[in-house]
Design a protein around this ligand. Structure first.
Ligand code: FES
Ligand code: FE2
Length: 440
């Protein structure tokens, strides 16, 4: 259902009620201990909802994808009746990995070991010597081990916990708040995955604060407000949070906050606004851009603007979903930034960076965090962190990870000394502790 059908225009900006922090220390072991990593796996990762892939990767019956989370591989399949199923990716005969590829289309998943065949609903359909099994032929009576699976936002989500709440409840209130962006209609034009040398939480903590913007991303203050005093922060009961950052104007902290600079000058010019008009009053650019995008957007193919509020036409709504998915929403695309746990090493992680754009008639290429890319589903690029760019801003974020991973290893480190605007970091670890210590 589109946001329009729900009669929503834009995302509500209601400030969430304050959540009091307990003050749990951000202990060092959580970033390097194997024991902590195991506990996370058993008590948190296996009980929370995760994105397995895109609905658009499974347009036809027989289509399948596989994805990884830590030591697990999950097989997601579109059955003949159109339903999407998720299974642990192993063969129930002797436990062999069933599907070794990332995607494809097949009527049967055939195990490479003894040749057992399963249909798209996971039902066993063929074995060698069926008469040789105790009882009777095992076909039709046995299935792959199925797990919970739902769709939202154009993503397929899975959960290994059969008692987990439904996805809508688990994502509340984000589930409704992000509807106006119509994420399910966007195209993933960038699909990067890098193995990085740090615990997954080091990267995720970074997405839970904007205190590092002036030092790590000084360029951003030419068009994004980076002061906590101008941003809105909301924390929700189930662990998710958001940060609303005004965009389309220089930050107050910017040295030349009254003179428009690139890329703001390019944004203004693109929307037929003369940057010279804003010299001495660059902070008026935001409202002018909102009005111009509202006025010219639809005739230029930006039909999706109709569902967004004026503020959303310029601002950045940055969501952090528990446990590890960050979504940076803008009117012209959104990013998924997701550090995943490494299968065996707590001091490594697997970092995904995806970028999605709306389809705008006549637009064949778009600017992405790594430069221009065609408006078409991207191929998966997998590499080691450092071998290739993850995008200018993500490269800046990840530039600090070796130093932080080393420092948090020190026997002298016991906790972080956080500012008020970094409360989301502590809150996140407190929700994680709730899982690990049996309160969730
Ligand atoms: S392990 Fe799959 S058929 Fe034997
Ligand atoms: Fe950053």
């Amino acid at each position: 259902m589109t946001a329009q059908a729900l009669k929503i225009m834009g995302t509500p900006r209601d400030k969430a009620p304050e959540i009091e922090l307990r003050g749990d220390p951000l202990s060092g072991d959580r970033y390097w201990s194997r024991e902590f990593m195991e506990k996370e796996w058993e008590r948190m990762w296996t009980r929370t909802w995760h994105i397995g892939g895109l609905v658009s990767e499974l347009p036809n019956p027989g289509d399948f994808i596989t994805c990884k989370l830590g030591r697990e591989s999950i097989l997601i399949s579109r059955a003949r009746d159109g339903a999407i199923h998720a299974f642990y990716n192993f063969c129930i005969h002797r436990g062999n990995r069933l599907v070794q590829t990332e995607r494809g289309n097949t009527p049967y998943f055939r195990c490479t070991y003894h040749g057992w065949a399963f249909d798209n609903e996971g039902v066993l359909r063929g074995v060698q010597n069926p008469e040789d099994f105790p009882g009777s032929n095992p076909c039709g009576k046995n299935k792959l081990k199925e797990i919970r699976c739902e769709t939202w936002g154009g993503f397929v989500w899975y959960n290994m916990d059969e008692n987990a709440p439904p996805l809508a409840e688990a994502l509340d209130p984000v589930y409704d708040q992000l509807l106006p962006y119509n994420m399910d209609k966007m195209v993933r034009v960038l699909w990067l995955t890098a193995e990085a040398d740090c615990n997954w939480k080091i990267i995720h903590d970074n997405f839970n604060e904007s205190y590092h913007l002036p030092t790590i991303h000084p360029e951003l203050n030419t068009f994004i407000e980076d002061s906590y005093k101008q941003c809105q922060f909301d924390m929700y009961a189930n662990g998710h949070n958001r940060m609303l950052m005004p965009g389309g104007q220089p930050a107050y902290s910017s040295r030349n906050c009254d003179i428009p600079q690139a890329p703001l000058t390019d944004m203004l010019a693109y929307w037929d606004l003369d940057p010279a008009r804003f010299e001495g009053r660059a902070r008026e650019a935001r409202e002018a851009l909102q009005q111009q995008k509202r006025k010219l957007g639809p005739s230029r193919g930006y039909l999706h603007y109709v569902d967004l509020s004026d503020e959303q036409l310029t601002d950045y709504y940055h969501y952090t979903l528990f446990p590890n998915t960050s979504l940076t929403m803008s009117s012209d695309g959104f990013q998924v930034l997701r550090p995943q746990p490494h299968p065996t090493d707590p001091e490594k992680c697997i970092f995904d960076h995806w970028f999605f754009v709306p389809v705008v008639e006549g637009q064949t290429t778009v600017e992405t965090p790594v430069g221009p890319r065609p408006v078409a589903p991207a191929a998966h690029e997998v590499f080691r962190h450092g071998d290739q760019s993850l995008g200018f801003v993500a490269d800046q974020d990840l530039s600090v990870i070796p130093g932080q991973q080393q420092g948090l290893r020190s026997r002298g480190y016991t906790d972080s000394l956080l500012s008020g605007q970094e409360a989301r970091i502590r809150r996140y670890h407190e929700v994680l502790n709730d899982y690990l210590e049996g309160r969730r």
